[in-house]
Design a binder for this molecule. Structure first.
Ligand SMILES: Nc1ncnc2c1ncn2[C@@H]1O[C@H](COP(=O)(O)OP(=O)(O)OP(=O)(O)O)[C@@H](O)[C@H]1O
Length: 320
């Protein structure tokens, strides 16, 4: 199902949470709402879910006006961060819940719940209580529960928020695979740029209640619309007034025509990567990301004079 959001404004008292938000999410796409804390991501997701209503603007789901429909009339399944499972019900009953209240036949419920538990790799935990699961398992149970009623839209608010890096990574791959299998139109909220870049087909960058840019991950990374998007999507450094990615600076030990002269001030090794801090003749202090072998081939060491040139697309820094 496609989702079309247009002209959304939302205030909480005097505070503007969303300002003139327009967004099109085509059927079957996996979209990330990415941005810093307080930017309005959850508010937008809650408006799409029907848990919140806009002051002005409309939400259409598959061409049908849904702005004022309650959540249960929208064919959407959702999973929110501090997900409240029914603590006294087994994993099985938690997943079955939506089907039971829809009064589906028992045999159908059993079949569907077992299929879903298999899909989220929890089939052996069907009889446990949610408190007897790990955080990652609980999140997967929440996803199975959301999928049980066969939503045509899946809305996930920081679905892996409270988990450690390893489990997050596993669930990310799992969500991507699940999406590739089921093609449910999915919108998920994250403040983690790596998560958004890795998992989604399209990223919507939201900041201060406004959409900064919408695009495929590579497009946003390589062609950010502004300094904010560039900084939010990956590491940046400043080379004589230009904002660049630290791996887009070429570092040479021999002088070349258009390069900037600089001195190495510090070298830090992080795994296979070397971070070289520098000071240019004009006084700016960029850093450059190199591989360990690049750094060794160049025989870099503090005090060494080098020449820098940007190889990527720099942005002229707008000094406020
Ligand atoms: N019910 C509410 N009443 C008052 N203010 C609210 C309410 N809900 C959200 N806000 C405010 O609106 C702003 C946007 O909140 P929202 O939860 O949408 O941000 P977010 O981008 O999802 O942030 P986070 O990543 O921290 O969840 C925040 O400043 C928040 O304090």
């Amino acid at each position: 199902m496609s989702i079309s959001v247009s002209g959304i404004n939302k205030r909480f008292g005097d505070f503007v949470a969303l300002s003139n938000v327009d967004l099109e999410v085509p059927t079957g796409r996996l979209t990330a709402l990415l941005g810093p804390s307080g930017g309005g991501k959850s508010t937008l997701l809650r408006i799409i879910a029907g848990l919140e209503f806009p002051d002005t603007g409309t939400v259409e789901i598959e061409g049908v006006q849904a702005t004022w429909l309650p959540p249960q009339k929208r064919s959407v399944g959702f999973v929110f961060q501090h997900y409240a499972a029914f603590k006294h019900l087994s994993v099985y009953r938690n997943v079955a819940f939506g089907l039971e209240i829809r009064k589906r036949p028992k045999t159908e419920i059993r079949k569907r719940v077992m299929e879903l538990l298999e899909l989220v790799h929890l089939e052996q935990f069907a009889d446990r209580l949610p408190s007897q699961l790990s955080g990652g398992q609980r999140q997967r149970m929440a996803l199975a529960r959301a999928l049980a009623v066969q939503p045509e839209v899946l809305l996930l608010d920081e679905p892996f928020g409270a988990l450690d890096a390893q489990v997050r990574k596993e669930l990310r791959d799992w969500l991507r695979n699940l999406h590739d299998e089921m093609h449910v139109t999915t919108i998920f909220v994250t403040h983690d740029q790596e998560e958004a870049l890795e998992v989604s087909d399209e990223i919507v960058v939201i900041n201060g209640g406004r959409i900064e840019q919408v695009g495929a991950p590579a497009e946003l990374y390589d062609k950010p619309a502004n300094d904010f998007v560039m900084k939010f999507l990956g590491p940046v450094t400043t080379l004589d007034g230009q904002l660049v990615r630290p791996h887009d600076i070429e570092l040479r030990t021999a002088e070349t025509g258009d390069a900037v002269r600089a001195t190495v001030t510090k070298l830090t090794r992080v795994g296979f990567e070397v971070r070289a801090e520098l000071k240019t003749a004009q006084g700016s202090e960029p850093w450059v990301q190199l591989t360990r072998s690049q750094s060794e081939d160049l025989a870099l060491e503090p005090g060494r004079e080098v020449w820098l040139r940007t190889s990527g697309a720099p942005r002229t820094l707008v000094v406020p």
